[in-house]
Design a protein around this ligand. Sequence first.
Ligand code: FAD
Ligand code: A2P
Length: 272
Amino acid sequence: TAMSDAAEKPAKPHLPDAQIVQSVKHWTDRLFSFRVARPKTLRFRSGEFVMIGLLGETGKPLLRAYSIASPSWDEELEFYSIKVPDGPLTSRLQHIQPGDEIILRPKPVGTLVVDALLPGKRLWFLATGTGLAPFASLMRDPEVYEKFDQVIMMHTCRQVAELEYGRQLVEGLRDDPLIGEIVGEKLRYYPTTTREEFSHMGRVTDNLASGKVFTDLGLPKMNPEEDRAMVCGSLAFNVDVKAILEGFGLREGANSDPKEFVVEKAFVGDGI
Ligand code: FAD
Ligand code: A2P
């Protein structure tokens, strides 16, 4: 699964709001990531999403919401994507190659931003599947480590292979010449699986509710004085995590009303 690079294809996009694909990496038969050139004028806050897509059969853009997985200081934009076999967009998007064009509407929005949380001691990122994407951005943002003493990334997938993108990202961070020193020992990573044997297992919800994750990491039980959280997964996951966080006394906030946690859907629908 070596990275291929942008060669031999035109360097300038033709479509409106188009960007050139720089590299593509396939992680499993259902997951891939890719990087595109960043529009010079695009500013965003780590954790936000944009609309991206391809030109549809009718000549109209076919767009979907995508979290930007790269941090706000990166020169390129990275995305982490599902491949839905009969999905209108991803059945085609999964075949993009370096040099191809994708459409990217440069209007970033979203609730998973540090500004939507009150100051705190620890920041929890709680994700399933491609819900990791906004945290792939936030985990690489120095602002997160300036504002919080500890950052905990909990990511749950069915299979071990589905954790690999996140695992490599976290591993690479510690040695990163740009932010390795800032991240240091502040980032704790707690990946689990639910349907394949792995060193740590169980749903995010179960590991929070039972207190297992606090014991394993040697941390106090989540509390509204010290802990902040960001949640990104399926609707069912988000609903269940929200209830648990509220049980710990945390309240849901928003950009306009910062509180102790924020939630965003990783996708609309029941999952594949
Ligand atoms: P769609 O018709 O959009 O989806 C078909 C069905 O596939 C859905 O009903 C759902 O059941 C399932 N599905 C769609 N997306 C996912 C997914 N990510 N994981 C599991 N099942 C899924 N997708 C990403 O891959 N990466 C992202 O960073 C990302 N960020 C998003 C941010 C927001 C705020 C929202 C609302 C969605 C995001 N999505 C993301 C989902 C994305 O918008 C599309 O749904 C996805 O690309 C599939 O598009 P499609 O046209 O192929 O199929
Ligand atoms: P499980 O295998 O026990 O269903 P999916 O692929 O269905 O989107 O799920 C991705 C991961 O999220 C799986 O590990 C799944 O666990 C877990 N999950 C699904 N729904 C929930 C939920 N409501 N609460 C917590 N975890 C969930």
